[in-house]
Design a protein around this ligand. Structure first.
Ligand SMILES: NC(=O)c1ccc[n+]([C@@H]2O[C@H](COP(=O)([O-])OP(=O)(O)OC[C@H]3O[C@@H](n4cnc5c(N)ncnc54)[C@H](OP(=O)(O)O)[C@@H]3O)[C@@H](O)[C@H]2O)c1
Length: 340
């Protein structure tokens, strides 16, 4: 089979190479999937740049999700999955023609559900579901802030919080993205390049405060978000995009850590606020049944039309590098995927 190997850290041209390799053999609890399309995640950009600690040793095949058909199943997989069309989370290995993954990380898809939308349901919608539905209760009228609102996870969070009747604030880095957010139904889109998002949101809030913020940036935005939250407010932190694009190696990482700040649990009691960290990989290890249930739920809601992933671009394999650069350069709205 063909697979895209990450051979070194750097630009897509330097980092990726398509090689011939052996098809994986599924373990007893795994499915072997013939891949139709694989999804791109911002974490893939971090992995390519050497900024993602979980990346396997190089050369390796990265990739968190695929849509495809089950070709073979391990001896402990319940029922007959062979021939079924699935969307599946992969613990790396997704950038390949075949991948083996735990059967609990897969959900059956209707034959006519588009692959370029389905790939978004795995890592991005499942992460959003864990952030906004599993980790907290949101109520109609709650005020929430979604950072990087026009991105893959951002759109998923916006659709989920709007469906709960929340008043949604979202940040984005261009006028095009702000216009897109307004069309999506966001009541208060903010272009953080034009104005300080903290001041802009405080002006709109008046005497009120936010009930939740969904933060994929870390760095300076964290203390800023904490100030925007009222009592009972929750900061859900699940990414560190602000680290990208800065040179300086370990010193940049340290600077980001210091800017993010350190929160004492006692101060959380005093202010009745919460900080919730989400890492879908860790949850997949320790609570695979929880992640499986969340994936199945988002697939069900997408089939019912309650969630609707936005396609940011569907590329053929020979344009993978172009897709990676677009994601890194913040030029994308919605989900990117690649087909063999
Ligand atoms: N913890 C978890 O389990 C988990 C799972 C999935 C994703 N994530 C995280 O969630 C975030 C969103 O992931 P995604 O795959 O949906 O990506 P994405 O949102 O489609 O793309 C990233 C977006 O982040 C914004 N951004 C802010 N600072 C940036 C910077 N310094 N460099 C590049 N982009 C920057 C850009 O939007 P603007 O132009 O609007 O700024 C960009 O479009 C990422 O940080 C990712 O690591 C975490």
């Amino acid at each position: 089979m063909k697979a895209v190997y990450l051979k070194k850290f750097g630009t897509p041209d330097e980092a990726f190479e398509i090689r011939e390799t052996a098809k994986p053999e599924p373990k007893p609890v795994q499915l072997l999937i013939k891949v139709q399309s694989f999804g791109l995640n911002f974490a893939d950009v971090l992995a390519r740049k050497g900024l993602y600690p979980e990346t396997p040793d190089r050369p390796c095949i990265i990739g968190y999700e695929v849509v495809g058909t089950v070709e073979k199943q391990g001896s402990e997989v319940p029922g007959n999955m062979v021939g079924k069309r699935v969307v599946a989370m992969t613990r790396f290995g997704g950038y390949a023609e075949f991948v083996a993954t735990d059967y609990r990380a897969a959900a059956v898809l209707p034959a006519d559900y588009p692959a370029e939308k389905a790939v978004a349901l795995a890592t991005q919608y499942t992460t959003a579901y864990v952030c906004a539905q599993e980790s907290m209760n949101l109520y109609p009228g709650d005020r929430v802030l979604v950072h990087a609102g026009a991105g893959g996870v951002g759109i998923a969070l916006i659709q989920m919080t709007l469906a709960k009747g929340c008043e949604v604030f979202a940040t984005a880095g261009s006028q095009e993205k702000v216009d897109f957010l307004r069309k999506l139904g966001v009541q208060h889109p903010v272009n953080y390049r034009k104005e300080d998002y903290g001041e802009a949101i405080r002006k709109i809030l008046g005497p009120n405060r936010l009930d939740a913020t969904f933060n994929s940036l870390s760095g300076k935005s964290v203390p800023k978000d904490m100030k925007l939250l009222g009592s009972g407010g929750k900061l859900v932190i699940f990414g560190a995009a602000s680290r990208v694009g800065k040179s300086g190696g370990i010193f940049s990482s340290l600077a980001m850590l210091l800017q993010t700040g350190f929160v004492s649990p006692i101060s959380l009691i005093m202010r009745s606020k919460s900080v919730i960290g989400i890492n879908i990989l860790k949850l997949s290890d320790y609570k695979p049944q929880l992640v499986a249930a969340c994936l199945k739920e988002v697939v069900k809601q997408a089939e019912a039309g309650k969630l609707d992933p936005v396609v940011g671009g569907h590329y053929s394999i020979d344009r993978l590098n172009e897709a990676h650069s677009a994601l890194e350069n913040r030029g994308t709205i919605g989900k990117l995927s690649v087909s063999w």
